[in-house]
Design a protein around this ligand. Structure first.
Ligand SMILES: [Zn+2]
Length: 706
């Protein structure tokens, strides 16, 4: 006969079996998440159509309306949502004028500075809501002088001009878009002594291969009157509240003078202009013929460098307003570890209609929210909390995300597992990923499970890797989207993914739903795939008992960066031994934690641990989560204290370029210029700093005290 104790055990066992069979494993929900039954091309397309019906610039009524749309979609999918609002300095164009004065008797030209509505444009009725072309945070003022052509406006372009004896001091410079961040184009021009800057869209770069004469709406290319609007601010976040939040109830604020002294806002006026206007100005420039690689396409006039004889008379006046911006925050609380956050982020504000940038990302974010809503109906709950962030005023300088991160800095530093950004989701075929290296493996695994939207016979991974052994993984740290505050300021593992190929209508009024549905993603299947990969990466980070972060790839990247430095510095008496040693430490620490994890997984002992010793799993996960934080330094990069990450941050002269070891790189550039003992000592100092940070990261990974 069974004792009553044994009966109890049998009942408990049956109950347990029931619980285990009734609750599907997490892998079931992961497969369901990416299955065609949950994906919806039509609803993504509908979201995109709704979000882009009107231009939705930061702090406009249309963007507030879009915020409510996002908020209600979150709420309808059982994601608790609220607005996180800030009062920030934004600028809008008040007046603009530009005249080209030619040597007499030729007439002057006053430009209209307008992008043209095409025949049959379905958005003609709201074209007057498109903001006049301008540069955000540009200096108000007038400038008049002979115009000089400076190619892409890079430091090396000014070096070339110097070598051929061309001085642009007192001139207005004409640069073309495309190689470096526009804020750096203005800063480089200022450093060269220019008094004003015009930046145009060259047909060679944005007008189609071989100077094709078709453009939007007949083809994907930028129309001749199209203008790339954008910010020329070189910092991150509200320029009047550097390092602290612009809280709505009031906060400390810098004056205009103080902001200018910090060096992130331009000190000379600038305007973005169209290809047509740029070409007309180029025809008025005489002097030496520019090098071949400075020339335009086969239909363009011969480009000369000037300065003059054409004279530009330029005037720009900004309206500078403290404006209310709105981030939408949605929280899906974790069932077991609610205090660990996996964050998905995308911005909502657009310069114009923003079908690609950013609304394709917003539509994908809403698709992820809807699929997670359906999983919840099936009984799923995430282990860790999943946070949705839909940012405002990204286009002005990552303002919404930066203010929120600054406000919540300590909470985020102790709780965020990873930040997964999608600035925009789609501009064409071809998967692209940028990540801190411990996320590489996870992203690769997600792409192996999702079908390539442009080739049904293979996975996204197979198309991405092509004939190589490893796919091309980009790195973050360029400071150009909302991952910047998370990664560079706080040290949170981060990624950004998209499907991208060519996006010539970038930041122009032609980035609309028609462009997307004709050229960017006619079937909306690239949107679906982007949402699948984005959500799957988030789900695994939120659900798996042991965080799927792997530092092998980090060690490899650090080693590669150090070897590059070694060859750059081969003629100098600089020692890289401390750096190589610290990377060795990191390698050993990575092996140690990988072995510990393998051991737990082999024995399936996480189940036991989670029940009996939950702190043990938490301890391993915290080591994986916090190692990235150790790569930051409280004081930040030299002269740029907000930028705290010592491995990934923008280079000083080009925000678009991301550098490994930015502090060392800046110090080398400085030393090469000055070539003094002190300046080379500073390079050695920066090498020591990075070595100490890498050593800290390996201590965190090892999890033991010295
Ligand atoms: Zn964007």
């Amino acid at each position: 006969m069974l004792s009553s104790k044994m009966i109890m055990i049998v009942i408990a066992a049956i109950a347990l079996c029931f619980i285990f069979t009734a609750t599907p494993p997490k892998s079931y929900y992961h497969s369901l998440f990416i299955s065609p039954s949950l994906s919806n091309n039509a609803s993504i397309s509908r979201h995109l159509y709704t979000l882009t019906r009107r231009p939705h610039l930061a702090a406009t009524e249309a963007n507030a309306e879009a915020a409510l749309y996002v908020l209600s979609t979150f709420s309808n999918n059982q994601i608790k949502s609220h607005l996180a609002e800030y009062a920030v300095l934004l600028t809008y164009p008040d007046s603009r004028s530009m005249t080209l004065i030619r040597p007499s008797p030729e007439p002057s030209t006053t430009f209209s500075l307008r992008q043209e509505v095409y025949e049959g444009d379905p958005y003609a009725d709201v074209a007057d809501q498109v903001v006049p072309t301008f540069h955000a945070y540009a200096k108000s003022g007038t400038a008049k002088g002979p115009v000089a052509y400076v190619n892409y406006g890079r430091v090396e372009d000014y070096t070339t001009l110097n070598e051929i004896g061309i001085n642009v001091s007192g001139a207005i410079v004409l640069a073309r878009y495309g190689k470096i961040f526009r804020g750096d184009i203005v800063e480089n021009a200022y450093n060269a002594g220019a008094t004003g800057v015009l930046i145009y869209t060259d047909r060679k770069d944005y007008g189609g291969a071989g100077g094709d004469t078709k453009w939007f709406p007949d083809d994907r290319w930028m129309p001749p009157s199209g203008v790339q609007v954008g910010t020329v601010y070189n910092g991150a976040g509200d320029p009047t509240t550097p390092g602290w939040p612009s809280t709505i109830e009031g906060c400390e604020r810098l004056s205009r003078d103080e902001v200018e002294k910090r060096g992130d806002v331009p000190l000379i006026p600038s305007l973005p202009i169209s290809g047509t206007d740029g070409e007309e100005i180029l025809r008025s420039i005489g002097g030496m013929v520019a090098n071949n690689d400075w020339q335009g396409d086969k239909y363009a006039p011969v480009y000369r460098v000037g300065p003059g004889p054409g004279i530009i008379d330029l005037s720009y006046k900004a309206k500078e307003v403290i404006s209310k911006i709105q981030n939408v925050i949605g929280i899906l609380e974790g069932a077991e570890e609610p205090d660990r956050y996996v964050i998905l982020g995308n911005h909502r504000d657009a310069w114009t209609f923003g079908a690609v940038d950013p609304s394709s990302g917003t539509a994908a974010l809403l698709e992820v929210a809807e699929r997670l809503g359906k999983l919840q109906k099936e009984g799923w709950k995430p282990r860790r909390s999943i946070i949705f962030c839909n940012w405002d005023a990204e286009e002005y300088g990552l303002v919404g995300s930066t203010e929120w991160v600054e406000e919540n800095r300590e909470m985020l530093a102790s709780k965020v597992v990873a930040y997964l950004n999608v600035d925009y989701a789609v501009d064409g075929p071809g998967f692209k990923a940028y990540a801190t290296p411990q996320l590489d493996q996870l992203i690769i695994e997600a792409t192996k499970r999702v079908q390539d939207p442009d080739n049904s016979s293979q996975t996204v991974y197979q198309s991405w890797v092509k004939n190589m052994t490893y796919p091309e993984m980009g790195r973050l740290g360029d400071g150009q989207s909302d991952d910047a505050a998370f990664l560079i300021h706080v040290g949170i593992p981060a990624a950004d993914i998209c499907f991208a190929n060519r996006y010539p209508v970038y930041h122009s009024m032609y980035d609309d739903f028609v462009w997307m549905s004709n050229f960017g993603d006619p079937m909306f299947s690239r949107h679906v795939a982007a949402a699948s990969i984005w959500g799957l990466v988030a789900l695994r980070l939120a659900n798996e008992e042991i965080l799927p972060l792997n530092y092998d790839s980090y060690v490899y990247e650090l080693q590669k960066g150090a070897e590059d430095l070694d060859s750059t510095l081969s003629n100098q008496s600089i020692s890289l031994i401390p750096l190589f040693k610290s990377i060795e430490n990191m390698k050993r620490a990575t092996k140690q934690i990988n072995d510990e994890i393998k051991d737990i997984k082999d024995k399936k002992s996480w189940v036991f641990m989670w029940k009996k010793q939950p702190w043990k799993l938490r301890e391993i996960n915290d080591r994986l989560m916090m190692a990235e934080r150790a790569l930051t330094d409280k004081e930040g990069l030299s002269g740029r204290p907000w930028y705290k990450h010592l491995i990934y941050a923008p280079s000083k002269h080009n925000n678009y370029g991301s550098k490994c070891f930015p502090g060392i790189d800046d110090a080398i550039q400085n030393a090469e210029r000055l070539n003094t003992e002190d300046s080379w000592n500073l390079v050695q100092h920066e090498i020591w700093r990075v070595s100490r940070a890498v050593t800290q990261a390996s201590l965190v990974l090892r999890g033991g005290l010295t």
